[in-house]
Design a protein around this ligand. Structure first.
Ligand SMILES: [Cu+2]
Length: 130
């Protein structure tokens, strides 16, 4: 397990170095232990409490959208990228307070995108698989 974690870190570093080949400043890769179960909260003010989540590659991921925004509907949808052409999975919409859960299918490593489809510009973030 520890060896696997080290390998994951090493490959992430290799990718980061490769990504820096262009010579421009890059923001560092976010650090976080990949999760298989995540809760994201929709809060008053049309926002999520998370701007990114890091989840495990090759495993189904359970995401619970905890809508604490009374009287306001939200959902949680994962997309292949920010173009939102390819929808991977998502919850139903629900009117807060409420919770909806989705199981996101196993994905290869990469940077995906999530948002609330009702408030797609205010409520969004990175779905990072590693
Ligand atoms: Cu919303």
């Amino acid at each position: 397990m520890r060896r696997l974690a080290l390998l994951a870190v090493a490959s992430a570093l290799a990718l980061a170095v490769a990504a820096c080949g262009g010579g421009e400043e890059q923001t560092p890769e976010p650090v976080g232990t990949p999760q298989t179960s995540v809760t994201i909260r929709a809060l008053r003010g049309i926002r999520f409490d998370l701007r990114q989540m890091t989840v495990a590659a090759g495993q189904p991921i359970t995401v619970t959208m905890d809508n604490q925004d009374t009287g306001v509907p939200h959902d949680f949808v994962v997309w292949r990228d920010r173009t939102m052409r390819e929808r991977i999975a998502g919850t139903e919409q629900c009117n807060g307070p409420c919770q909806e859960t989705v199981v996101v299918p196993p994905l290869p490593e990469g940077r995906y995108f999530f948002n609330c489809t009702i408030h797609p510009t205010e409520m969004r973030g990175d779905y990072i698989v590693r």
